[in-house]
Design a protein around this ligand. Structure first.
Ligand SMILES: [Zn+2]
Length: 294
């Protein structure tokens, strides 16, 4: 996209301008003026390049922190599968496996909103991600739909306008998880959805869309997907203004085959492998936000 290229340009031009100014200052300071020296002589004459510290600073940058958010927990079981599986247990097992794979790569730091079976309110999950200064937030779920024939994975980003009725229903169910925590209940009015969506900055929105596309690309060859797998709706847990956030439905507890697959450690390992690849692709493309397709 032209807009993205132009957005990336000023930083490069800025660096070039600083470099030229640095060289110019160095040459002007030499006795005899700049015109008389060859490039080789100039290099020998300047033992302390002024731009070196900036390069060292970049190399020492910490690894990006990935925040994994296993859905539900504690008194909130999430969806209950056709043969009795609790979504909260599937989400926790899959997130642990993804954490293992991400850490094994040595390319990331990983934090989890929960590592045991406990209840955390939705806004608490977003706050934990902020407390860790996460680079990316991934909420992991396996909810239920009223149509039990629907199966396959899908990925969701925040929007005030749901992409379809199924996604709107999912967001309503997810946002009502806080009812387990007491009286604070999220309204599901269009006004609240619009406010949620308006909190998210354009850069964060583009990062989330890019991550969602990476998830779809990585899942497609090996894991069944819904027909339009990249969807959006007003999920409270995705409302961070500065951390690109996605919610992945690894399959649906309401479908007998999805439930059976997600109960298998081998299948969860494959799902986590695809998600790890999506994270790799996200960070491989210019920091995850500056180079978008479509
Ligand atoms: Zn869920």
């Amino acid at each position: 996209m032209d807009a993205d290229h132009s957005a990336a340009r000023p930083a490069g031009q800025g660096r070039r301008a600083i470099l030229l100014a640095t060289l110019g200052a160095g040459l002007a300071a030499r006795p005899g003026g700049a015109g008389a020296v060859t490039h080789r002589a100039a290099a020998h004459a300047r033992p302390h390049p002024l731009h070196a510290p900036a390069i060292i600073g970049r190399a020492a940058a910490p690894l990006p922190l990935i925040m994994l958010d296993p859905g539900h927990g504690g008194k909130d079981p999430g969806a209950i599968g056709v043969s009795g599986t609790y979504e909260k247990h599937i989400a926790e097992a899959a997130a642990s496996e993804l954490q293992r794979q991400l850490l094994a790569s040595g390319a990331y730091r990983v934090a989890m909103t929960r590592t045991d079976d406990r209840f955390i309110p939705l806004e608490g999950r977003v706050e934990i991600a902020h407390a860790h200064s996460a680079s990316l937030f991934i909420s992991m779920h396996a909810d239920a739909l009223t149509d039990r024939s629907v199966r396959g994975a899908s990925v969701y980003t925040l929007s005030g306008q749901a992409s379809d009725a199924q996604s709107a229903a999912l967001a309503r169910t997810e946002n009502s998880a806080d009812r387990f925590g007491g009286p604070r209940v999220h309204a599901n009015s269009p006004e609240v959805a619009a406010i949620l969506a308006s909190l998210v900055t354009e850069e964060t929105r583009r990062g989330a869309a890019h991550m969602a596309a990476s998830v779809v690309d990585s899942f497609r060859p090996r894991i069944g997907l819904l027909t339009h797998p990249a969807r959006h709706a007003a999920f409270v847990v995705l409302k961070s203004a500065d951390i690109p956030s996605v919610l992945v439905e690894m399959g649906f507890m309401s479908n007998r085959m999805d439930e059976a697959a997600l109960r298998q450690a081998g299948h969860r390992m494959m799902v986590a492998g695809a998600m790890k690849q999506a994270v790799d692709r996200y960070f491989a493309s210019a920091g995850g936000v500056t180079r978008l397709t479509g």
